[in-house]
Design a binder for this molecule. Structure first.
Ligand code: FAD
Length: 479
């Protein structure tokens, strides 16, 4: 192709090759559409594969292996001095990323999707201009299309106090440029927590600072408390109700001013600062104004339940539309958009989007949370089952945690499930399926759960909610 001078025509163009965009491209191609996927990065897979979900979980797993080896003495196992070779860990993580991004390229190729490298911008309601990446010419100059799916994802939020300072964001931190002796993590959301635990596992003395009164503000307190008790043993300090108001370069690294809610200020020294205070949608440089597509107050693109924007042949999915910024939510929306384009009956009508925090212990929830029920004044019946009452948790030596089932008090429909404990990331799918299928407490209770597994706690929690538990005491009878 002649660089930058060609105009291609296609039925469907997808912008962005993250878990939203590449899934949309594959589904649209499988439904018989001619598809071009535009991506400005060299690799496919988006933030999730390149600098998000995947490398973070590879690192978390590695530090957990080391942690468990150190803890193994209580089972009578001695493994001597446990060391982490950071170069090997970095190479392993990069290898995982390369395998998966290469796999995405292969999937797209086999589906006949044309991948165009470059940055897309609207030049009209049925045309995108493709600008070359900084170092190369774009494959084509413009793409004319009948349908467009926007999946441009999100980027990091800067901390104003650290603007222009060489602090880390999650993308740098995932490459492990060094293992700082003292690391300040700004932001107690899931990314800050996961990265903080990685660096604590690598040997850094980690302090976490969070603006809100609690870490993981969106999750239920009883779940978060269990995780925080464990995190407090690995972190040097956890400061809540506190904000960073100044970051300056100092001889040691960074001099950071931390302000408590009562106005008291403190200056502390760190070797490195990692800022993880959320992400903002990539919606500002798409030429949306050219086609009259407005944004909401959070700079997200408004869409209906079919992922259609107010311009009916333009769709938006993933981190640039409402809802949690999660890869699996982007992929579900991707399938909806592609199926709607192929004139299939499809809508994003899911009842639950599961969320997982890969801390130790892990936290996961789906459907309504206890806090949401309280805030919305929704009456619910809750059954909690502590993991210490479970055989499997005892055999693993991991009795820290609980599972709770939140149900409608009249119909017993399962409305939400929350979990904290070892390996619960793998269990939340059962809960999500239960909510999606309209299961009741009784459905969970009569479903045979294999023994001994942590999954039994879902059944046990449903029994608690229904009022007849076996392995914990039943509620006292009145009168
Ligand atoms: P992205 O994955 O952001 O992909 C968008 C793509 O569009 C990018 O490749 C970008 O280069 C490209 N692009 C942008 N603008 C243009 C343009 N104009 N032209 C061409 N290309 C363009 N989510 C989970 O579900 N589980 C996790 O465990 C998890 N962990 C995470 C850990 C970290 C450290 C981070 C940062 C995120 C994590 N996430 C996780 C969130 C997850 O990565 C995102 O929700 C997900 O990647 C969003 O998918 P997307 O397709 O909307 O966009």
């Amino acid at each position: 192709m002649v660089m930058g001078s060609l105009k291609e025509e296609t039925e469907v163009v997808v912008v962005g090759a993250g878990p939203g965009g590449y899934v949309a491209a594959i589904r649209a191609a499988d439904l018989g559409k001619e598809v071009i996927l535009v991506e400005e990065r060299e690799k496919l897979g988006g933030v999730c594969l390149i600098e998000g979900c995947i490398p973070s979980k590879a690192l978390i797993n590695a530090v957990e292996v080391a942690h468990n080896a150190r803890e193994a003495a209580r089972f009578g196992i001695s493994v001597g001095d446990v060391r982490i070779d950071v170069d090997k860990l970095r190479a392993f993580t990069q290898g995982v990323v390369d395998n998966l991004t290469g796999g995405v390229a292969g999937l797209l190729k086999r589906r006949g999707v044309t991948v165009v490298r470059g940055r897309a911008r609207f030049s009209g309601p049925n045309e995108l201009r493709i600008e070359a990446p900084a170092d190369k010419g774009a494959d084509v100059g413009a793409i004319g299309f009948r349908h467009c799916i926007l999946a441009t994802g999100s980027c990091i939020n800067e901390l104003p106090a650290a603007y222009d300072q060489p602090v880390w964001h999650s993308a740098q931190a995932l490459t492990i440029p060094s293992v700082p002796e003292r690391l300040l993590v700004v932001g107690g959301g899931y990314i800050g927590l996961e990265m903080g635990l990685v660096y604590a596992g690598l040997g850094s003395r980690v302090t976490m600072v969070e603006f809100f009164p609690r870490l993981l503000i969106g999750a239920d307190e009883d779940l978060v408390d269990v995780m925080v008790r464990s995190a407090a043993k690995r972190f040097e300090d956890i400061l809540v109700d506190s904000k960073v108001t100044g970051v300056e370069k100092s001889a040691a690294g960074f001099a950071v001013t931390i302000e408590k809610q009562d106005g008291a200020k403190e200056r502390r020294e760190y070797d490195q600062v990692l800022v993880a205070i959320g992400r903002r949608p990539n919606t500002s440089d798409l030429g949306l104004e050219t086609i009259g597509l407005g944004l909401d107050e959070q700079r997200l693109i408004p869409v209906d339940e079919r992922q259609r924007t107010k311009i009916p042949h333009i769709y938006a999915i993933g981190d640039i539309v409402r809802g949690p910024q999660l890869a699996h939510k982007a992929s579900r929306e991707a399938k909806v958009a592609a199926e709607v384009i192929a004139e299939e009956e499809a809508a994003f009508d899911n009842r639950a989007i599961p969320a997982v925090v890969f801390t130790d212990p892990e936290i996961a929830w789906a459907g309504i949370t206890e806090r949401e029920a309280q805030e919305l004044g929704i009456e619910v019946r809750i059954g909690r089952f502590p993991l210490h009452a479970l055989g499997r948790a005892q055999t693993l030596g991991r009795t820290d945690g609980l599972i709770k089932v939140i149900a409608d008090p009249k119909t017993h429909l399962v409305r939400g499930v929350g979990m904290v404990g070892v390996g619960v990331s793998e269990l939340i799918s059962e809960a999500t399926l239960a909510i999606e299928m309209g299961a009741t407490l009784e459905d969970l209770m009569v479903t045979i759960h294999p023994h001994p597994t942590i999954s039994e706690a879902i059944m046990e929690a449903a029994e608690v909610a229904a009022g007849h538990p076996v392995h914990v005491n039943p509620p006292k009878k009145r009168g």
